[in-house]
Design a protein around this ligand. Structure first.
Ligand code: FAQ
Length: 311
């Protein structure tokens, strides 16, 4: 009966064995995976917009080639992640509808504007840096297709982080104006980057169950702390200041202390009232409508090929 299936499932998860698409799984496990993986996929696709805005204004051919490769990687990540959700019995077109109608979320971070080319560097450094902290443990997530997708994604995110940091090192050895641009971008992206890890543990309704199922391996606050500890020395090396006067090494804890982000702002942004939410979704919706004929043509072609094979 179900109780026995449930017990076998829990034992496999506890033994760190992977759950695969055809295995029995509790309905709530499936629903949680669809929620998290779809949200992750949407984030990758919406996340192409802030940096994509600079493709036509990159300062050199080299910078443009690097940025183009990064933005294309993000499209690829979205595709693997949509494919992973489809193994759970949902349809990608339906997930896109849910995103456009505001019934599914995407990461809060992509609702802020990119005001200068320094933002491209800071997104690579901080946003991809945060994404790596959050995603490396997901390579050991209990659901096989998600964990395997994360392996390649994390390798590409490392390249993204490095290109951002290298761009910032270059700008920091340039003019005073360039250094000022980097500082300004850092000031604007620091707090939203900390919010990427989700609400504080005490206000995170999903963490406990997701950890019991080994979908998540660490709490939101643990990963946020890890990110701060990794990033502070990188800021020193760059010569930029992180905009938090409370940031200091705590020898007793063996970690940096830091201030709380503005959680009211976070709530507003995930409810749809951030600076760029409306623009991000309306562009996504327009691209989806413009692509309708491609999807129809591809479906017609697939149907025709199937009929030919049957004949
Ligand atoms: N934004 O109970 P929890 C990238 C929602 S990286 C929006 O703690 P959970 C790479 C949460 O969904 C970005 N919503 O939830 C890139 C839940 O609402 P729901 C994508 C957020 O799932 C870089 C509610 O708050 N990465 O794209 C956020 O246990 C540069 C309560 O929260 C991932 O998606 C937020 N920041 O933990 C691309 C990683 N935080 O769904 C381009 C995978 C929380 O019940 C350029 N996801 N919420 O309505 C995860 O690790 C987890 O889902 C968390 C949230 C940690 C994000």
């Amino acid at each position: 009966g179900t109780a026995q299936l449930e017990a076998e499932f829990q034992n496999r998860v506890a033994a760190d064995q992977r759950i695969e698409p055809r295995d029995w799984m509790p309905e709530a496990y499936r629903t949680t995976l669809v929620r998290q993986i779809a949200q992750h996929a949407h984030s990758e696709i919406i996340g192409m917009q802030p940096e994509g805005d600079w493709l036509g204004r990159a300062p050199s051919l080299r910078r443009k080639a690097i940025l183009l490769a990064k933005v294309q990687d993000e499209a690829g990540h979205g595709l693997y992640l949509y494919a992973a959700t489809e193994t759970l019995g949902v349809d990608r077109a339906d997930l896109t509808e849910r995103l456009i109608e505001g019934r599914q979320k995407y990461s809060s971070i992509f609702n802020y504007p990119t005001l200068s080319f320094a933002d491209v560097g800071v997104i690579g450094w901080l946003v991809d840096g945060a994404a790596i902290c959050n995603q490396v443990p997901l390579c050991r997530s209990s659901y096989g297709p998600y964990a395997r997708a994360m392996v390649r994604i994390c390798k590409e995110e490392s390249f993204h982080q490095r290109q951002g940091y290298e761009l910032l090192l270059t700008m920091m050895s340039g003019t005073d104006d360039q250094r000022q641009m980097v500082q300004d971008a850092t000031n604007r992206w620091w707090w939203p980057s900390l919010m990427m890890f989700g609400p504080p543990d005490g206000e995170s309704p999903n963490t406990r169950q997701s950890m019991a199922w080994r979908i998540k391996r660490h709490t939101n606050d643990e990963l946020r702390q890890r990110f701060v500890d990794i990033t502070v020395p990188q800021a020193h090396r760059l010569g930029v200041e992180l905009p938090d006067s409370a940031l200091s090494w705590n020898p007793e804890r063996g970690h940096y202390d830091f201030s709380e982000p503005d959680w009211d702002e976070f709530t507003q942004v995930i409810k749809g009232y951030g600076p760029c939410n409306a623009e991000r979704i309306s562009r996504r919706a327009a691209a989806h409508r413009r692509g309708a004929w491609v999807r129809e043509a591809a479906a017609a072609h697939a149907a025709k090929s199937r009929r030919r094979e049957e004949d």
